[in-house]
Design a protein around this ligand. Structure first.
Ligand code: HEM
Length: 324
C-alpha cells in the first residue's frame, strides 16, 4: 500500500524483521490506525460536553501529528520530483496527485491531497493486512485448501514470473479463498455507523429518523439460515454463488452508496499479495498446534495472537527468486 501511495515501502526490506524496521512501522500504526475505534461520543453525546477521557483533545492532537507526518512526506516527495508532469506514466498516488495539482491547483490543494492520502492509510492498510493474516491462518489450518490454491497458481502462473493482475480471471479458487476469509472474518464486522435520514421499518422494527444504525455483517455471515455449515471454512461455497452479494447476505465491504469505494482495489491487492506468498513459499505451522483463531472484539476484527508460521522458498521458484 505504501509503495502504491508513496512509491517506496514504509520500511526497507532488509530492515523489516529488525528493531530498526519495526520502529517506523509501529509509529505508522500509532499515527494512522489508532483512530479506528467506535467513538463513544456518538452514542452518548453528553460525554462530549464533559470532555470524557479527553477524547476530543486527543483527536485534535492526533490530527496535528498526521498533518506533520504527511507534510514531511510531501516535502520529501516534492524535493525528489521537481519535474512531475507526466500524468499518463505509472506513478505512485501522491505523485499523480501532485502532477494534477500543476494543472488544477485550485482543486488539488495540499489539504485535498493530504486527505486522500490519509484516507488510504487509515482505511486501506490495516483492513487489507488483517484480512491477509486471517487468510494465511485459515490456509495453514486447512492444508488441503492451501494445496488446492497453490496447484491453481502453479498451473496458471508457473514458476518463471510473479503472479500479476492479468492472472486473476484464471484464478477463481484464490478469489473464493479471499471471499470465504472475508465471510468468516469480515474486518469491519459492524460496518461503519450510519444515520437514518427518514423514519423507516427494518425487519419489523420502526426506526426513528436520526437513529444511529449498525449492520452486523459478522452475524449475517455466520447465520445458519443463510449459510450451510456457517462456521466451516469452505471456499468452494463461493463457486456456486452468482454475484458475490447475492441476497445481500455477503457484505464485507458494506452495501449501497456508502459501501467501501475501494472494494475492487482491496481484492486485487490481497489477491496479488496472498497469491505471491503462496506461489513463492511453502508454508508450515510452528509445531503441531493449529493456528489460534481467537479474534479481538474491536472495531476491526484482528487476530488476538499474531500469526507465526514457517516459510521456505518453494524449490520450483528458487531459480526465479535467485535472479531478483
Ligand atoms: C479488506 C479490505 C477492506 C475491507 C474489508 C473494507 C471494508 C469497508 C467497510 C465495511 C466500509 C463501510 C461501508 C458501509 O458503511 O456500508 C468501508 C468504507 C470505506 N473504505 Fe473500506 N475496506 C477495505 C479496504 C479499503 C481500502 C484499501 C481503502 C482505500 C484505499 C478503503 C477505503 C474506504 C473508505 C474511504 C470508506 C468510507 C466510504 C464512505 O463513507 O462513503 N477501504 N470499508
Amino acid at each position: 500500500m505504501m509503495r502504491m501511495v508513496v512509491g517506496k515501502p514504509c520500511v526497507r526490506e532488509e530492515f523489516a524483521c529488525m528493531d530498526v524496521g519495526k520502529k517506523p512501522l509501529k509509529e505508522f500504526k500509532k499515527v494512522f490506525c489508532s483512530s479506528l475505534t467506535v467513538n463513544i461520543y456518538d452514542f452518548f453525546p453528553i460525554l462530549w460536553w464533559v470532555g470524557y477521557k479527553g477524547l476530543e483533545k486527543n483527536m485534535i492532537r492526533l490530527q496535528r501529528k498526521r498533518d506533520e507526518v504527511l507534510g514531511r512526506l510531501f516535502e520529501e516527495i516534492k524535493l525528489n520530483n521537481d519535474n512531475i508532469l507526466d500524468v499518463e506514466k505509472m506513478r505512485p498516488l501522491i505523485e499523480t496527485l501532485f502532477s494534477l495539482q500543476k494543472s488544477e491547483p485550485e482543486f488539488f490543494s495540499d489539504d485535498v491531497i493530504k486527505s486522500l492520502t490519509l484516507m488510504v492509510f487509515v482505511a486501506g492498510t490495516e483492513t487489507t493486512a488483517i484480512t491477509m493474516e486471517w487468510a494465511m491462518s485459515l490456509l495453514l489450518n486447512h492444508p488441503k485448501v492451501l494445496q488446492k490454491v497453490k496447484a491453481e497458481i502453479d498451473c496458471q502462473v508457473g514458476c518463471e514470473r510473479f503472479i500479476n493482475d492479468l492472472d486473476f480471471s484464471k484464478l477463481p479458487y484464490l478469489h473464493c479463498v479471499i471471499n470465504e476469509t472475508l465471510r468468516l472474518y469480515p474486518t469491519v464486522p459492524l460496518s461503519l455507523p450510519h444515520c437514518s435520514s427518514v423514519g423507516c421499518t427494518v425487519g419489523g422494527f420502526h426506526i426513528l429518523q436520526g437513529t444511529i444504525l449498525l449492520v452486523n455483517a459478522w452475524s449475517m455471515h455466520r447465520d445458519p439460515k443463510l449459510w450451510e455449515e456457517p462456521t466451516k471454512f469452505k471456499p468452494e461455497r463461493f463457486e456456486e454463488i452468482n454475484g458475490e452479494r447475492e441476497g445481500f447476505k455477503f457484505i464485507p465491504f458494506g452495501i449501497g452508496r456508502r459501501a467501501c469505494p475501494s472494494a475492487g482495489m482491496a481484492m486485487r491487492v490481497m489477491s496479488l499479495a496472498l497469491g505471491a506468498f503462496i506461489q513463492c513459499f511453502d508454508w508450515e505451522m510452528v509445531g503441531k498446534k493449529m493456528v489460534d483463531m481467537t479474534s479481538s472484539s474491536e472495531f476491526l476484527v484482528a487476530k488476538t495472537k499474531p500469526l507465526e508460521a514457517v516459510c521456505t522458498p518453494c524449490p520450483s521458484m528458487t531459480n526465479f527468486l535467485s535472479q531478483l
